[in-house]
Design a protein around this ligand. Sequence first.
Ligand code: SAH
Ligand code: SF4
Ligand code: F3S
Length: 479
Amino acid sequence: MRETLDIMVKDGPPRERTAGKAVFVKTYGCQMNVYDSERMVDLLRPLGYRPVDDPAAADLVILNTCHIREKAAEKLYSDLGRLRETKKEKVGEMTIAVAGCVAQAEGAEVQSRADIVDIVVGPQAYHRLPELIAKAARRKGEALDTEFAVEEKFDALAKSRSADGVSAFLTVQEGCDKFCTFCVVPYTRGQEVSRKAAAILAEARMLADQGVRELTLLGQNVNAWASVGEDGRSWGLGDLCRALARIDGVLRIRFMTSHPRDMDDGLIAALGKEEKLMPFLHLPVQAGSDRILAAMNRGHTAADYLALIGKIRDARPDIALSGDFIVGFPGETAEDFEATLALARAVGYASAYSFKYSRRPGTPAASMPKQVNETEKDRRLEALQALLRAQRDAFCASLVGKALPVLFERPGRRPGQLIGRTPYLQSLHAYAPASMIGSIAPARILGVTSNALAGEVVGRAEGMHPAVTKAEDAQTPRE
Ligand code: SAH
Ligand code: SF4
Ligand code: F3S
């Protein structure tokens, strides 16, 4: 059951506010939190809040937290410790809001451990943030005018959305019903809920009109997305991606994070047929031992996962894979861990994330016997990361000399340089005119640096959207 601790507003001293306020947001955790933080800022703009980079300059500080591992949750408390000093020293007033998954999972503890926190708001209630700020201010002797109709959260947040940049996140699904035994997400984000196709398409069209060229569809289990489509049929994520691909201006589509159990044939077929769907798939497996996969409640075996990857590669031969792993799950033996290494070798990942198992309160695995000690977890993590690093380096090296389509996103550090992304989400820098931002051009890979590729443009840019061309014409002085 989800906790019902969505919202709490604390009492505090009276304060005064003027128009033109500043909000500082710190985001911890996953892309969903990044998306949510952006939406909160959008939502606060009409109330006169502008985003700032310095908490000391802010009237409102929002900490958008993550509960996934112990370290992630602890960061909140150390940041609150520092903020206590800032709040004391600050001339004027500061409201502190704790949002996100820690707020949801342990809101009461947040309040008892940190009296400087004014608002605690869980992920299902962000659309009510203006109302909460008003409520917090009223308790302090002042009211803000924040008439806000209570609507469905997603759509309420989408309404105030403004895009900046070439690539944008778009939440299509939230929550998780999988209940992996190590994971807090089903408790912090609730049940799987899919946003309606029509609302997603409307938001995507609005983003494309504002110059967005790449959409990354987000969901805790994004491939569990299901809705009635514009044609009245029931749609899966594959259908949604195809509909999004038809939007003028949308050049690339990605989605994350997928669960192996929800990779249906429709989505695999879409990956095979739809060129705008990028050939890069994040498909976490967590472990390679069937015994551990069962104890994790993943609902598939290592062989199932490998068979699935085979099917996906048959449909889309240029696909590259990324994954998540956990080492040191309770009861994981040296042999089980070897099976994880073997699975990683069998797949060959282009990139991957790996974590030491972290015991999360309230999850079934936290009370399982045979917890693995930290030293052993460290050893296993190091061994797995060495393998995954070597795989990533080999993948990057295999691209040198090849030409890849690159979507240019922004100016680079050096004059005349642009930064873009390959289909495999790698950053690439190349010398190219600023007018190419927002378009895709083939770039030959010249070399690999620690966190990016160096390339040179070897062909014409494609996909310039009329709206962008017009805007550039208007701004670029003619010689
Ligand atoms: N919904 C996604 C991602 C969930 S969280 C999925 O199903 O894959 C992102 C990653 O954090 C997980 O894939 C897992 O590798 C890791 N993770 C989750 N809970 C963890 C825990 N208790 N300890 C260590 N890593 C964890
Ligand atoms: Fe967590 Fe498992 Fe759900 Fe992913 S699928 S969010 S790991 S419970
Ligand atoms: Fe963390 Fe919540 Fe995302 S726990 S990983 S912020 S869904």
